[in-house]
Structure formats: C-alpha cells, structure tokens
Write a protein that binds this ligand. Structure first.
Ligand code: 3PG
Length: 305
C-alpha cells in the first residue's frame, strides 16, 4: 500500500482534510497526518517511509529529502514552492509540483481586506478613506493578482499593473501595464504585491521604487517577505510617516516595525492568506488528485523541478 504523508504545520480545515483523505482512500493509499509539529525531528520521523508528501509552507530541505528514501513526489498545496529544495529533489528523482491558482481567491480577498484595514486607519476610530475611485497597482499579474483585479474593479477602483511575463494577458483584458515598477508605485494609492520569491523579484521593492509612492499610499504584501528590501522599507517608513505597510508575512525586523511604525504597520500573526476552508479544499484535493494521477497514470502536469 502506498503511503502518503500530509505534513502541515498549519493544518488544513477539517472539511478539506476529509475530502483529501477520501481521494486517497478511493485509490487504496494509506494516509499519515502530521499537523502543528513543533520540531523538525517529527517531520523527519514521519517522512521516513512516505512515497508521497503534501505540504504547505513546510520546509522540505536536503535533510528531509535524505530522510525519505521512498519518496517519489512532493506536492506543495499552494502556489509558492520556495520552501522546497527543488534542485536537490530533482537530483534525488523526486518530483515537485504545486497547485497553481487553487488558493488564489483566498489570498486575493485577504489582500483587499488588508487594503481596507489600512484605508480605515486600522479601525482605530480615526476618519479613513475609501477604495472607490482610487488607483490600485498590482505588482505582478499571476492568479492572485487576477482575483484582486476582479474584486477591486467591483469596488470601483482603477487598476493598473506592472508585469514582465504577463503583459499580453493584462493588456487583453484592458489593464494598463506601466513601463516600470517605479511608474506603478508612483501612480498607485494602494500597491498590492503578487510576485514569487525568486529571480528578479527578490528585494525588488527597493528604496528607489518606494520613493515613488504617493502621499498616503498603502503597501500590501501577501506574497513573500523576500520580495521587499526590508532595510530600504524601514529607512523609507522612517522618512515618510504618511505611508502604511500591511503584510501577511512578518518582516525579519518585526520589532522595529512594531515599535516605530505604530498605526501604519500591521502583520497577521501567521500567514493567513490561504487559510480558508475553501482554499484548503481546493489546494488539498488538487494535491491529492495530482498524486494519484502521478502514480496511476504517470501524469506529471504541474511539475516545477
Ligand atoms: C502560497 O504560496 O500558496 C501561499 O503563500 C499560501 O501558503 P500557506 O499554504 O502556507 O498558507
């Protein structure tokens, strides 16, 4: 019997887990569950006899891969797979896949929620501002950004985007694509970041880019902390007390942000973007089905390594 390990520090919703388990039961696979683990040793022990793994932001590094000699496939139930050592997995003939788009609406709704929270002065009682009529700048144009676009348009926002890889897709739906990141930041009342933590995107939100922000601008990050140059953001926020930063990923210098930027900085206590029953179900069931398709029909769609 094939053994699948579901290893999620941040557990899937119960209804999602029931549906995921059903997919594996139907295929005749055994399922092991490791949730909310507190030590890496627990993950190392749990993966020792697994042939497949489903993870979220859980770290799958060399040590984990070396400890799982039967492992054939790891699925990141979600979009970003920067938590997995994909190159080493390839060396070990372990297929890595993600489940693109499956949790995008959940993340997009959180991004809009954070934008509203910022515009309403963190629900402090102070008079805030409305999103309607303002300009939203999408930094990146993947699945999440496309959902943010849909919601923002319904709220009466003007939406613009900066993307290098999806220019045609954006233009096809009538979105104005700015000629540079600086141009995007300079024209937006709210900027929402939706790029992965890789390549040119790493630390792409630099002082030079931030300096373009309009007075009172709000920066929302539901992507990754690595896409921000954190020293530059701290420097910029020290100089510009009109700007707010709301994020779903705690910065490394969390204490500095908390102490120095009261009323204009907020971070969720744990990455919450994809933490809905719907997103857990969509991404989790997709992951389960991809594992079964991989073993039963050699299907390696969504492979990323
Ligand atoms: C993703 O990359 O899919 C999101 O960041 C969600 O991550 P999570 O599964 O850890 O909530």
């Amino acid at each position: 019997m094939r053994k699948v390990l579901i290893a999620t520090d941040k557990p899937f919703a119960a209804e999602a887990l029931a549906k995921i388990t059903k997919v594996f039961k139907k295929a005749g696979y055994e399922v092991a569950l490791l949730e909310k683990y507190t030590a890496k040793s627990q993950l190392l022990e749990a993966c020792a006899d697994a042939e497949a793994m489903i993870v979220r932001s859980d770290i799958v590094d060399r040590e984990v891969l070396d400890n799982a000699p039967k492992l054939k496939i790891v699925i990141r139930a979600g979009a970003g797979y920067d938590n997995i050592d994909c190159a080493y997995a390839k060396e070990k003939d372990v297929v890595v896949m993600n489940t693109p788009g499956q949790n995008a609406n959940a993340v997009a709704e959180l991004a809009i929620g954070l934008a509203i929270y910022g515009m309403r002065e963190m629900y402090s009682g102070k008079a805030g501002r409305e999103l309607r009529g303002r300009t939203l700048g999408l930094h990146g144009f993947g699945y999440v950004a496309r959902n943010v676009f849909r919601i923002a348009r319904a709220l009466g926002m003007k939406v613009i985007v900066y993307t290098r890889h999806s220019r045609e897709a954006a233009a096809a739906i009538g979105l104005k694509v700015t000629h540079s990141l600086e141009d995007l930041y300079g024209k937006s009342d709210v900027v929402s970041i939706h790029v992965p933590a890789k390549g040119e995107h790493i630390r792409s939100v630099s002082y030079k880019v931030l300096s373009e922000l309009k007075k009172g601008a709000i920066l929302v990050n539901t992507a990754r902390k690595e896409v921000i140059n954190e020293d530059d953001l701290v420097r910029f926020m020290r100089e510009r007390d009109d700007v707010k930063y709301l994020t779903d990923i705690e910065p490394d210098q969390k204490q500095v942000f908390t102490d120095e930027f009261k009323g204009r900085y907020y971070a969720t206590p744990k990455k919450m973007g994809a933490q809905t029953a719907e997103a857990n179900t969509n991404a989790g069931v997709a992951a389960a089905e991809q594992i079964v398709a991989f073993f039963e029909s050699n299907d390696s769609s969504f492979q990323v390594n």
